[in-house]
Design a protein around this ligand. Structure first.
Ligand code: GDP
Length: 432
């Protein structure tokens, strides 16, 4: 049977929730000896499906303190589980211990649901929203005491629980995924070959439906990167009929599959509409972006000036992206790609803890309050980063924010935290 583990600090309402789930079957529960002294497996059933509920309650705090005890406990349960419910007290918010457990859960590679417990009324929903900061997806409000939401929570759990108990497969950190994109003839295959040739390491290649490798792992410096859909680059579609259509289809698909779009431009040619479309596509898909000007060996001083003007005119909206000049043909400066990719992946993955974000927003508003509009001055009550990859923020406010003020917030966020190479999304929720 699949195993659903319930983890969380003491007093978050874990056992109340467990009892809710087990309902009348609780009587049976008492007869089931736990596999260990401090962890108990209960046979459970919901919506006609049987599973094992693994409760981590009943442990004692050792000499090494609360944090370690909770983390160790959670870690042990996670090893045995197929999915995890992480119970957090929405009233208290995410504590340091919660954050520590959350980080472990992020790494474990198993499905996790955050149950925001003790949500007894709708006025607490901003508290729930703040739990996005755990980085485990949407927090699920429940009131274990009143039983509200626990049925929905269980429905959700069953969805993520595999049919049969699965053997746990340890997953290490995955290499960053790169889509090497650009219009035909900018030098994509030349660059791919240069990178492969330079390092002389193709770690492995995943076979696709054709005999070309679809994705290839390329060592750049010390870091492996997964280049997605390299078959599309190698196959040279632009030399056949209907090429434009297939090339743009390939571009969209590669961007969808990647973390970072490495947009290759032919620096010897004027920036084209197609170049711009590819950049916009990557921004809209929320990917990290690195702009690579290829064929620099053909660029003279006049062209350099022109290029600078083109950038200012056409690519100002991605001013945050790293830009590097290379020559795939001579491999000049291709060694700069490593750093640009690393910085971009870091920026794309950045998470700002909620406490720090709100301190920052407080200072920002004190120094630069929103302009008064129609006698009113919107204030930000609370902000939280609901997503990374790319970073997405939600601000709870007393009124709509001017687009200019949003841009100002974005600019200040970038000054403060970097966010190299990544789009930032800012959502606003007006509270009545
Ligand atoms: P793709 O269609 O984007 O894969 O482009 P290719 O890699 O096939 O390159 C198109 C043409 O540009 C080929 O003739 C390459 O030799 C040439 N090329 C690629 N990179 C460079 C470069 O850095 N400098 C110069 N001068 N030519 C290049």
């Amino acid at each position: 049977l699949p195993v659903l583990a319930v983890v969380g600090r003491p007093n978050v309402g874990k056992s109340t929730l467990v009892n809710r789930v087990l309902g009348q079957r609780q009587a049976v529960v008492q007869d089931m000896p736990g596999v260990t002294r401090d962890r108990v497996r209960y046979p459970a059933e919901w919506a006609g499906r049987d599973f094992i509920l693994l409760d981590t309650g009943g442990w004692e705090i050792g000499v090494d303190g609360l944090d370690e005890a909770v983390s160790r406990q959670a870690e042990a349960s996670v090893d045995d589980a197929d999915a995890i419910v992480f119970v957090v007290d929405a009233v208290v918010g995410a504590t340091d211990t919660d954050m520590q457990v959350a980080r472990m859960l992020q790494r474990c590679g198993k499905p996790v649901i955050v149950a925001a417990n003790k949500v007894d009324s709708a006025s607490q929903l901003p508290d729930v929203a703040s739990l996005w900061s755990l980085g485990l997806g949407e927090p699920f409000p429940v009131s274990a005491l009143h039983g509200r939401g626990s049925g929905d929570l269980l429905d959700r759990c069953l969805k993520i629980l595999p049919e049969r108990g699965s053997v746990s497969v340890p997953t290490g950190p995955q290499p960053g995924r790169v889509a090497l994109v650009g219009r035909p003839n900018v030098g994509k295959s030349s660059l791919l070959n240069a990178l492969l040739g330079e390092e002389r390491v193709v770690v492995d290649a995943v076979a696709g439906t054709t005999r070309d490798p679809v994705d290839e792992t390329v060592m750049i410096g010390q870091t492996p990167w997964r280049f997605v859909d390299t078959a599309g680059i190698r196959r040279k579609m632009h030399k056949s009929r209907g090429a434009d259509f297939y090339a743009s289809l390939r571009t969209s698909r590669a961007i969808e599959e990647a973390d970072i779009a490495m947009v290759l431009l032919d620096a010897s040619q004027p920036l084209s509409e197609q170049d711009q479309r590819i950049v916009s596509q990557a921004v809209e898909a929320g990917r990290g972006i690195v702009i690579v000007n290829n064929k620099w060996d053909l660029v003279d001083e006049d062209r350099q000036d022109e290029l600078a003007r083109e950038y200012e005119r056409e690519l100002a909206h991605v001013g945050w992206a790293r830009r590097i000049n290379i020559s795939a043909k001579t491999t000049w400066h291709t060694n700069r790609i490593e750093r640009a990719l690393n910085e971009t992946l870091d920026g794309w993955r950045t998470r700002i803890p909620t406490g720090r974000l709100n301190a920052f927003l407080g200072q920002l508003m004190a120094a630069n309050p929103h302009p008064v509009r129609g006698g009113k001055q919107p204030r930000i009550l609370f902000g939280t980063q609901v997503h990374a990859c790319p970073p997405r923020f939600v601000l709870f406010t007393t009124g709509f924010l001017d687009p200019g003020y949003r841009r100002f917030i974005e600019r200040r966020l970038r000054e403060e935290y970097g966010f190299v190479g990544t789009p930032i999304q800012i959502g606003v929720r007006v509270r009545e």
